[in-house]
Ligand binder design. Structure first.
Ligand code: ADP
Ligand code: MG
Length: 351
């Protein structure tokens, strides 16, 4: 008979706790890239370049021209819960930066090898230092550096056998990384982005600052996509329903694709919102006879206190107040846009 003795409860070792938590924050190479690029954006970078080897498993390198990291901060840079962006829980209500958990860099040091090279304004040289399990492996070494920060993550998931195996069997994360950077590039029109495979001389994302969102989309997704886009706006200022502003571009009846491309930013954060995506797909299939899957770029702005950014370790989702009402308003706006463009002649954007 099975023993009725309850098993003993033990405290997990800190290193185990840290590695488990890290696996949630950094789920795959593309999530590491997202964290690093968001750090560059938070650092005010206007130029961000990414190099990837072996789908990110061998190497991810993100270089920016942002404000850099102070020498004095390097010892705790990769400790868990160290951040320059948040001080009190209440700050979360008004936070503008992408980051706030102080966990991304730490996580990467628990599941990979991290090397940071950084220089701050007015310094003659920069510093380089490597990290493991949250701590510096040696004193920061002075080195030549150009403005900003470069972070290198090598051998991601070297110590997580199952994760590494599933990723190696799955298709390479590189297309996901290219997709991610393409999305950032059309949102941050004042920042230039490049992304290439290690050793390749051709970049797969290569943008310069664009004069408009439309031109940015054209640069990244091509003339043939841009040609079939219509500008759309929607808003609601009624506090009893919702308060929001939306602007974006949506594909017209001429656009043909098998898969929905949904690029969504809520208060500057690149996020996913499945109910909104579904509602938009419904609007398309209800309005357009030959229901092609749409291309959607959408930026939604809400009062910061209406957005809960702290719902997911990867910050992939946010929770918003009055979501249903907002989704309905946007769905209606899209339906009437599609209807009017369908009944008039095919509309082509002027560039
Ligand atoms: P968070 O972004 O949530 O603060 P991270 O672990 O991503 O946490 O980063 C920790 C801190 O390291 C940041 O708060 C920031 O001060 C600094 N940092 C990280 N990346 C960069 C960068 N590219 N440029 C300047 N500072 C950076
Ligand atoms: Mg961060």
């Amino acid at each position: 008979a099975p023993s009725r003795e309850p098993p003993t409860i033990r405290r997990l070792e800190e290193s185990v706790v840290n590695r488990i938590a890290a696996g949630e924050v950094v789920q795959r190479p593309s999530s590491a890239v997202k964290e690093l690029v968001e750090n560059s954006i938070d650092a005010g970078a206007t130029s961000i370049s990414v190099i990837v080897k072996d789908g990110g498993l061998k190497l991810i390198q993100v270089s920016d021209n942002g404000h850099g990291i102070r020498y004095e901060d390097l010892p705790i840079l990769c400790e868990r819960h160290t951040t320059s962006k948040l001080t009190s829980f209440e700050d979360l209500q008004t936070i503008k930066s992408m980051g706030f958990r102080g966990e991304a860099l730490a996580s990467m040091t628990y599941v990979g090898h991290v090397t940071v090279t950084t220089i701050t304004d007015g310094q003659l040289h920069g510093y380089r230092v490597s990290y493991r399990d949250g701590v510096m492996e040696h004193e920061p070494k002075p080195c030549a550096a150009v403005k900003g920060t470069q972070i290198m993550v090598e051998n991601l998931f070297y110590n997580m056998v199952a994760r590494r195996k599933t990723l190696q069997n799955a298709s390479d994360d590189y297309p996901k990384i290219v997709d991610l950077l393409s999305r950032f590039a059309i949102y941050h029109t004042n920042t230039s982005f490049t992304c290439r495979k290690h050793g390749a001389n051709k970049a797969d994302v290569n943008t310069i600052a664009a004069s408009s969102r439309f031109n940015a989309i054209k640069m990244v997704y091509g003339v043939s996509t841009a040609r079939d886009l219509m500008e759309i706006v929607a808003s609601d200022n009624n506090p009893s329903r919702a308060i929001f502003d939306m602007d974006g571009f949506i594909s017209s009846a001429n656009y043909l694709a098998k898969k929905t491309t949904m690029i969504l930013f809520i208060n500057d954060r690149q996020v996913e919102c499945t109910p909104l995506k579904r509602a938009i797909e419904v609007a398309y299939s209800a309005t357009l006879p030959k229901a092609s899957k749409p291309f959607i770029f959408m930026s939604i702005r809400l009062p910061t206190e209406h957005v809960d950014v702290n719902v997911h370790p990867t910050k992939r989702e946010v929770r918003i107040l009055n979501q249903e009402s907002i989704v309905n308003t946007i769905q209606d706006a899209i339906e009437s846009k599609l209807m009017s463009s369908n009944s008039t002649r095919t509309f082509h954007m002027q560039t």
